[in-house]
Write a new protein. Structure first.
Length: 143
């Protein structure tokens, strides 16, 4: 499997990009969705957009990111490197946020809007901060 290392790494990076794009888009969708009238045509359109983003892009990309990432971890044996442990903490944060977004989307799909628009504007910044941390850990490896 070592001869496929670069292909596995490329696949991992590709699916991480797709996953992060979805994590950045979904809260923005929620911001716009909260601005629509409940039951309107636009409300239904946002429900459909959110469902498709989650089912076609975000969920498969997260699963494949983890799959190829675990393969890379197995091939490189870097499990106990301090920078890697910080990266894993970032991944757990992104995965937890992903799961929360699934729950919020489900509530939107049933017409429940518990959180205000401002909440989703703040949530929209979280993936960016975590992604910056992860990239620094992987590229710079500060410790």
């Amino acid at each position: 499997m070592a001869e496929y290392y670069l292909w596995i790494k490329a696949a991992h990076i590709i699916f991480v990009i797709f996953w992060c794009a979805g994590l950045l888009m979904m809260p923005r969708f929620f911001v716009y969705h909260t601005q629509t009238e409940l039951g309107s045509t636009e409300d239904k359109a946002w429900r459909n957009r959110e469902r498709r983003l989650q089912s076609i892009i975000t969920n498969p990309a997260m699963i494949l990111s983890w799959f190829f990432g675990l393969m890379l971890m197995h091939l490189t044996g870097i499990l106990m490197e301090p920078w890697f442990l910080v990266k894993v903490l970032g991944l757990v944060t992104l995965t937890s946020l992903h799961v929360m977004m699934i729950g919020w989307r489900r509530k939107f799909s049933t017409g429940v809007r518990e959180k205000p628009e401002k909440f989703y504007r703040v949530v929209n910044e979280v993936p960016s901060i975590v992604i910056i941390l992860i990239v620094i850990m992987v590229v710079v490896r500060p410790f």
